[in-house]
Design a protein around this ligand. Structure first.
Ligand code: AP5
Length: 219
């Protein structure tokens, strides 16, 4: 049976950072709806250009578009043995759609982890974050370099990381995504990790929590 993980958390909680590391270490694909949308924007995909307007305002992209993207991605061969989802589901409608997809895959369980971080810390992390304009890599803000360590591209602030848009994203998170946590909270495979610790410490706790939750059987 595959290991199917959902990394939840507010904007800036570190779910992308942790999803990337966990997926790499376990040999699973990291499926980030935010990264997929940004990549489609860089490639000039027509659907993504419409989505970009919503992303730049800090609003969610519509459920039908996102569910179709995730359904297609989960059908690829590399996701058969499991996956790590980052940034999906963000609405109860998306969570219900994912349950339907999981039933079609034979009813495999979902391990859901909420990465919790206080709001002041989220705002300060997002103000400092820089990403590569070419490949989207998240640069370590402590290293204070101007070029991407992977491809040499220019490091810039994400278009939705300015203060007003960050506050709107947090507002949208509380309104639309907090109900998703309630949707999952009673499942035996739901866990919470304290994300306001050094990233290595969070990663270590996540390893233990996810392995423990994966042992608890239920969808
Ligand atoms: P998305 O890209 O998913 O953005 P987000 O949820 O706002 O999350 P972030 O990427 O900002 O934060 P993160 O938790 O991944 O943190 P990170 O690891 O980068 O979505 C963007 C937009 O796309 C949405 O607003 C929406 O419009 C659209 N969209 C995407 N999915 C959608 C969906 N399902 N439905 C509808 N619309 C959708 O870390 C942040 C920073 O903190 C980094 O600089 C990192 O280096 C640093 N950091 C990480 N961990 C630590 C730590 N432990 N200590 C100190 N610093 C840390």
């Amino acid at each position: 049976m595959g290991l199917n993980v959902i990394m939840m958390g507010a904007p800036g909680a570190g779910k992308g950072t942790q999803a990337e590391r966990f997926a790499r270490e376990r040999g699973l694909p990291k499926i980030s709806t935010g990264d997929m949308l940004r990549e489609a924007v860089r490639e000039g995909h027509p659907i993504a250009l419409k989505a970009k307007e919503r992303m730049d305002r800090g609003e969610l992209v519509d459920d039908d578009t996102i569910i179709a993207i995730v359904r297609d991605r989960l059908a690829k061969a590399d996701a058969r043995r499991g996956f790590v989802l980052d940034g999906f589901p963000r609405t109860v409608a998306q969570a219900e759609a994912l349950d339907r997809i999981m039933r079609e895959r034979g009813g495999e369980p979902l391990v859901v982890v909420d990465v919790e971080v206080p709001q002041e810390e989220l705002v300060s992390r997002l103000a400092m974050r820089r990403i590569c304009v070419k490949c989207g890599t998240n640069a370590d803000p402590k290293r204070q370099v101007n070029t991407c360590p992977k491809c040499g591209g220019e490091l810039v602030q994400r278009t939705d990381d300015n203060k007003d848009v960050v506050l709107e994203r947090l507002h949208v998170y509380h309104r639309s995504t907090t109900p998703v946590l309630e949707y999952y909270r009673e499942r035996p495979t739901f866990r919470v990790v304290n994300g306001a610790q050094p990233a290595d410490r969070v990663a270590h706790e996540l390893d233990t929590l996810i392995d423990d939750a994966a042992g608890a059987k239920a969808l």
